[in-house]
Design a protein around this ligand. Structure first.
Ligand SMILES: Cc1cc2nc3c(=O)[nH]c(=O)nc-3n(C[C@H](O)[C@H](O)[C@H](O)COP(=O)(O)O)c2cc1C
Length: 128
């Protein structure tokens, strides 16, 4: 899903896309847009995601006005992308793209096309 999102973002010629498995809280300020992918486990986001935002808050990382979007694979409830997007909006005052993008278990062609679409939408949002 992350690869498809990145492909979509790269299809917008003005974009400069970085695909990371891991990012430190203090690095988030380097990006105009942040697209987070997370599976749902036990009705929650992975602990690393929670730590990322906890550390961002503790360190006073300013994400206000940056564009945010989320996606994730899930099995039956799919809370993680929704929770992440709410934190981006309510705590960090980011401009979020709704709704979060969900794919049931392994993403099919339609889900991957939607991932590309999400990446493209985010990149286009940044065009002045
Ligand atoms: C231990 C465990 C707990 C899970 N809990 C949830 C859950 O609460 N809600 C949900 O929608 N899916 C749940 N799932 C399903 C996963 O979100 C789903 O398998 C997803 O595709 C995993 O993505 P990943 O392979 O990228 O980690 C759970 C799966 C496991 C193994």
């Amino acid at each position: 899903m992350a690869n498809a999102v990145a492909e979509g973002a790269k299809s917008v010629v003005t974009s400069d896309v970085e695909l990371n498995y891991h990012v430190e809280a203090d690095e988030l300020v380097n990006f105009d847009a942040i697209i987070l992918g997370a599976p749902t486990y036990h009705h929650d986001m992975p602990i690393d995601m929670k730590k990322l935002f906890e550390t961002s808050a503790t360190n006073g990382v300013n994400l206000k006005g940056k564009v945010g979007a989320t996606f994730g694979s899930f099995g039956w409830s799919g809370e993680a992308p929704k929770l992440l997007l709410e934190i981006m909006k309510n705590k960090f005052e980011m401009k979020v793209i709704t709704p979060p993008l969900l794919a049931k278990y392994v993403p099919d062609k339609i889900a991957l096309d939607n991932c590309q679409g999400l990446g493209r939408t985010v990149a286009e949002t940044l065009i002045p």
